[in-house]
Design a protein around this ligand. Structure first.
Ligand SMILES: Nc1ncnc2c1ncn2[C@@H]1O[C@H](COP(=O)(O)OP(=O)(O)OP(=O)(O)O)[C@@H](O)[C@H]1O
Ligand SMILES: [Mg+2]
Length: 153
C-alpha cells in the first residue's frame, strides 16, 4: 500500500541510516559529505548528550557547504550565521528553556529562511520543525567512538 508515494512500512519506520565513527576526523568527514548535499530550506536537527560531537559534525556540514574559516559552538550567542554556497544558520538551543523562548528567538525566520538551518539540542524545538527535516542523533559509544543515526522525518 502507498500513501503519497510512500509505502506503509516506510511511514511506520522512516528510513534511517546508522554510522559508526572511530575518531573526531571521521565525524567531521561524515558531516562534510552530508553538507555537500544540502540545499536552501533544509533543516538539520542534531540531538545527543554533551560532548557527543554535534558541534564537530556541524563544522563538517558547514565546510561541505563551502564556508571558509572556523565554526565555534554558538552556546553563548545561540545563533551564528555563515556564508557559504548559501547562508547557513547554526543554532544551539542548550541554554534555552521553554518553547516561548525558542519562539521569541525567531526560530521560524531561520527554519523558513533563505538558507540551511542547523540546530543543536533540537529536541527542544521539535514542535517547530518542518516536515522532511534531517534528524541526526549522536551517541557516545567510547572515548573516540560515536554512533550517528540519520533519519529523514
Ligand atoms: N568519533 C568522534 N566523533 C566526534 N567527536 C569525538 C569523537 N571522538 C572523540 N570526540 C571528541 O568529542 C568532543 C565532541 O565535542 P562537540 O563540542 O562536538 O560535542 P557537542 O555534542 O557539540 O557538545 P555540546 O552538547 O556540549 O555542545 C570533541 O572534543 C571531540 O574531539
Ligand atoms: Mg555543541
Amino acid at each position: 500500500m502507498k500513501v503519497k508515494g510512500k509505502k506503509k512500512s516506510e511511514i511506520r519506520n522512516p528510513k534511517s541510516e546508522t554510522f559508526h565513527t572511530s575518531s573526531p576526523e571521521e565525524t567531521l568527514e561524515l558531516g562534510r559529505k552530508i553538507g555537500e548535499g544540502l540545499k536552501v530550506g533544509d533543516v538539520v536537527a542534531l540531538t545527543g548528550e554533551l560532548g557527543t560531537g554535534k558541534t564537530l559534525f556541524t563544522q563538517g556540514l558547514v565546510q561541505g557547504l563551502g564556508v571558509k574559516g572556523y565554526v565555534k559552538s554558538p552556546s553563548f550567542t545561540i545563533v551564528n550565521k555563515y556564508e557559504g554556497s548559501l547562508p547557513v544558520y547554526h543554532l544551539d538551543l542548550y541554554r534555552l528553556g521553554d518553547v516561548n523562548e525558542i519562539y521569541e528567538l525567531g526560530i521560524e525566520e531561520y527554519l523558513y529562511g533563505d538558507g540551511v538551518c542547523i540546530i543543536e539540542w533540537a529536541e527542544k524545538a521539535y514542535s517547530f520543525l518542518p516536515h522532511g527535516y534531517l534528524l541526526i542523533k549522536f551517541f557516545y559509544t567510547g572515548e573516540r567512538t560515536r554512533k550517528i543515526e540519520i533519519t529523514q522525518r
